[in-house]
Design a protein around this ligand. Structure first.
Ligand SMILES: Cc1cc2nc3c(=O)[nH]c(=O)nc-3n(C[C@H](O)[C@H](O)[C@H](O)COP(=O)(O)OP(=O)(O)OC[C@H]3O[C@@H](n4cnc5c(N)ncnc54)[C@H](O)[C@@H]3O)c2cc1C
Length: 471
């Protein structure tokens, strides 16, 4: 890589950040850009560049490519696999938060073009102000930004109905490693003019280019949502319920989230919920939501639930009667991860399997980890409708957190073995970053890895973009 010193790099980059840009080299000023949500990675950066425009970013890339200076793309710094923070300490973080304009909103045609640094929640507000929705909702939406959301191909709580970031994106604009600008912004639903470069850049985790803007899809605002928290005996019953609801509601079924009683009890114990949002105690619950569109019939969820209750598939359920009820139900789901950290250490996996295999994943994965770590408390939850489970395990009650985490590799191996057997993925939504790059080499098809390496070498021959991440 480069023979330049940190001082040389800072001196050269300072004039390149452009109007409204900044270059930070003071450790205190850089701190918030280096601290990621899970606090797992603690490697310093040479500097943090905040370009003020796309042209400034192009100048930075051109210079860095010439001088072989590694760059780490960053937007909101909420990624969970360390993709947006340094790996070797020789990198410059390039944060796109200052490239954050709304370029165009066309509500009638159902798309808008926004820049990479726009906060996801701001994008929601822009869509809503135009009478539409941009249906990508994540717990990190107050900090995550469009560039990072697309680069990690984030999937929110309504992937079931609207798809993940890739499916919501029509076109992207990107700066390549050598500073060239890829003009891929378009609003085309159909475009069969060769390889889909947009699909390559979305989900590339900053290894192929900087996404600077995107044209994304907008949808009509639903008139109302029906939300219910439904008792299910086990994940196999949840699967039957999913099939029933999908048949009755089709694409209006926007969420189908699984959680267990253990996680609800923890939230009640730690005062995270003002009251129990469930109908009655049950080992498992499903949070289901169905949209009602303008002029559409109401009560689809209620009717399907009555059918499930009459057939004995489910024993009890509560339907939200107010926005406050709905908010409480969603809080119970969204706080699952947070509450586990209050209960000590936890070992986490973000995995997916074909939907029909979710019950087997949970049964076999839990049994395997319980054998490896007696007393461990499984807390699987998440987007069951997408086959995506956050397969988390809380430490045995009263155990030493450090001793528990020392056994993480064994627990990971046990879970990934089951995932592999069921034809699943070891990273459903959080990506690979630096956390799972060694794992990717073990589990990915060797030919797929060679294809990915060839693409990387073609687009970033000097390897300056997020080196060591993903591949
Ligand atoms: C509380 C919480 C809840 C979360 N919930 C979800 C969830 O439900 N679903 C989900 O999928 N994820 C979730 N995440 C993970 C994370 O928030 C998302 O992946 C988010 O999309 C990342 O956006 P960001 O702007 O913070 O990206 P960053 O963290 O800044 O970056 C993420 C990755 O993208 C790259 N990158 C960033 N900007 C660019 C750019 N402009 N061009 C090219 N590459 C870039 C980075 O190098 C890195 O590899 C959650 C995280 C937290 C903390």
């Amino acid at each position: 890589m480069t023979t330049l010193t940190s001082k040389d790099i800072v001196r050269a980059l300072k004039p390149l950040v452009g109007d409204g840009g900044a270059l930070l080299a003071d450790p205190l000023e850089m701190k918030s850009y280096l601290t990621e949500p899970r606090k797992r990675f603690h490697v310093p950066a040479v500097a943090v560049a905040l370009p003020g425009s796309v042209a400034a970013l192009q100048a930075i890339c051109r210079w860095a490519n010439q001088h072989r200076v590694p760059l780490v793309p960053q937007s909101g710094n909420t990624g969970l696999v360390g993709g947006q923070v340094p790996l070797s300490g020789t990198e410059v973080i390039v944060n796109l938060s200052r490239i954050n304009r709304v370029r165009e909103v066309n509500a009638a045609a159902g798309h808008m073009t926004v820049e990479a640094g726009l906060i996801l929640e701001e994008a929601h507000k822009v869509a809503e102000a135009a009478g539409t929705i941009f249906p990508l909702w994540l717990a990190s939406q107050g900090s995550a930004r469009i560039g990072g959301v697309l680069s990690s191909n984030a999937g929110g709580v309504q992937v079931l109905a609207y798809g993940n970031a890739r499916e919501l994106t029509l076109g992207v604009e990107a700066v390549l490693a050598d500073g060239r600008l890829y003009h891929g912004l378009n609003a085309l639903k159909k475009d069969n003019t060769g390889y889909d470069l947009k699909d390559l850049l979305v989900g590339a985790e900053g290894t192929l280019g900087f996404i600077t803007a995107a044209t994304v899809k907008l949808f009509p605002i639903p008139e109302a949502q029906e939300t219910a928290l439904i008792n299910v005996a086990d994940p196999a019953v949840a699967l039957q319920l999913f099939y029933l609801l999908r048949e009755r509601a089709g694409s209006r079924l926007t969420a189908f989230e699984l959680m267990n009683r253990f996680g609800i009890d923890l939230q009640l114990n730690y005062g995270l919920l003002p009251r129990d949002p469930t109908a009655s105690p049950s080992p498992w619950y499903v949070l289901a939501e169905v949209n009602r569109m303008k002029g559409g019939a109401s009560g689809a969820l209620q009717a399907a639930l009555e059918e499930a209750l009459a057939s004995g598939l489910v024993a009890d359920a509560v339907v939200a009667e107010s926005e406050a009820d709905r908010t409480l139900m969603w809080a119970a789901r969204e706080q699952m991860s947070e509450v586990q950290s209050k209960e000590g250490a936890s070992i986490k996996h973000d995995v997916s399997v074909p939907i029909g295999a979710v019950p087997q994943l949970i049964a076999e994965g839990s049994a395997a980890v319980e054998r490896a770590i007696p007393g461990v408390r499984p807390c699987p939850f998440g987007h069951m409708g997408d086959g995506n489970i956050h397969f988390n395990f809380s430490q045995p009650a009263g155990a030493d957190p450090k001793a528990f985490m020392a056994r993480e590799a064994g627990a990971n191996a046990a879970v990934y073995e089951v995932v592999r057997k069921l034809g699943g993925s070891v990273s459903a939504e959080h990506g690979i970053g630096q956390l799972k790059s060694a794992l990717l080499r073990q589990v990915k098809d060797p030919v797929a890895l060679e294809m990915m390496q060839a693409i990387k070498a073609a687009l970033d021959p000097n390897g300056i973009l997020n080196p060591g991440k993903v591949l």
